[in-house]
Ligand binder design. Sequence first.
Ligand code: PEP
Ligand code: MG
Length: 561
Amino acid sequence: MIVTGIPVSGGIAVGRLVVVGALMPTDVDSVSVSESGGSAEERMTRLVAAVAASRQEISSIAAQTRQRIGSDPAAIIEAQLLVLDDPEWWEPIRDEVLGGAEPTTAVRSVTEAVAEALASLDDPYLRERSADVLDVGQRVAGHLVGRSRTHALHGQTGDVVVAAHELTPTDTLDLDLDVVRGIVTEAGARTSHAAILARQLGIPAVVGAVGVLEAAAPGVVVVLDGDAGTCEIDPEPHALDLARARSLGRATPSVITQSVTTRDGVQVHVLANASSVSDVERAVAEGADGIGLYRTEFLFMRSDGLPDEATQAEHYAAVAEAAGGRPVTFRTLDVGGDKPVPGLKMDPEENPFLGVRGIRLTLANRPVFDAQLRALARTSDAFPGVSVMVPMVSGLEELDDVRRVLQDVAPRVAFRLGAMVEVPSAALLVDALAREVDFLSVGTNDLTAYLLAADRGNRHLHGLYSEFHPAVLRALHLIRDGAKETPVSVCGELAGDPRATGLLIGLGYRQLSVSGPLVPAVKERIRTIDTAAAERAAEELLRARRHRDVDAILESRPFEA
Ligand code: PEP
Ligand code: MG
């Protein structure tokens, strides 16, 4: 049986299914509490011990995270320590326990009340803290009942695929990477923190796989395909062998540090997408030729208020420094109604995806845009490889406005200016846009969503939302062809999918920007491609009329002949 969900972190995983679960709010009741009752003093002792154990655990996850994937994600985890010290959380729990309540009951009721109160606030930063409070409360409750949320993993050996209703960021970072090969959850979206962390850790993951917990008994062998978004339960022996071979091929790519060419000697640059200094360090270690997309919005989302020009300039310089002289393309702030930023007021919108997003938002918030462009101009003075790219461009007018702003705030600006092609109108106008900028980059994530009018995170539309849809392939051809001499890269998730490498090369793309951990696999793939065969295959793919025709052509591996 195959359960389908949303693919969020590529690769194949084969392993026994182990279910890990939340201990709150429902599970706590069913756990037999080994020690309950006792005097107020005894109950307080248990509570204090559980809080201390949680503090120690969170600190150790943060330390491991810093070592594994860097200081920015570690800081997200460390923020949870603040919850343990917050009197608004701690004092009512203490009072309830002193007043006769069981510690588990007190932790649960206060945690839920605090989380609920935070979730209802207008300030998006405080709203986000609601998830931290719940996460911490679950951890403390787990210690009180003598079980951690990932307790099912303790003592496991061999290869394991973790299944859960949902994983929090700390759950994800707490997974034992010696045994965990893949993750499948019933809830979650491509953009949830756990999904992003899974990608950074290089663990194949599928979210939104509704029904997987019911369909699969713990211990059964599953094949998780993080590219296709499927979890096959108890597969046939031959399917299992095939999957094992594919998982090994993917898991041990050799790191290629020099630039790579196709079999017939055509150079293709593989850059990385990044959103923190540690992402950049990791991408460089994986052999990336540079950073093709630096998502600056993460700096804004991580900050307490809006980061000022000096803070931004310092951060961008650290990014450029970490890239060690390789080119870096900074994308200007790309947020909107769906992605809130602390300190930036955004009116609620009926259709945030068709609303004030990306360049529309920054042009409407000049002080914010000006500060960012000044900071980027300062960075480019010190680091010549810096380019700047604007997101969500829909036509020439926005580029005219950007040029005017630049003239105003940084008249001597030295950086190369580029535009993302991710709105269908930009794809149709690509010849005109190409004349106005130094380079273009195709954001296939949004372009696919807007071409097909299908939300990338909506599991009901998963069959429709596909970057391999014939319409998307035709748009990719139109863009590469229409841009003529202007360099065009692809920086959406499609660029990191090894099934698409031959297609993109066949269409004429020579620069791909992919998630850092995927750099070696994409480079390896490029070395197997024959450009002439890829061009023929691309022509055939452009004639495909249905999605299944595309799949059939791709399956025949037409790029290597
Ligand atoms: C895209 O839309 O393809 C893209 C790269 O940008 P993001 O995923 O950040 O919207
Ligand atoms: Mg986008």
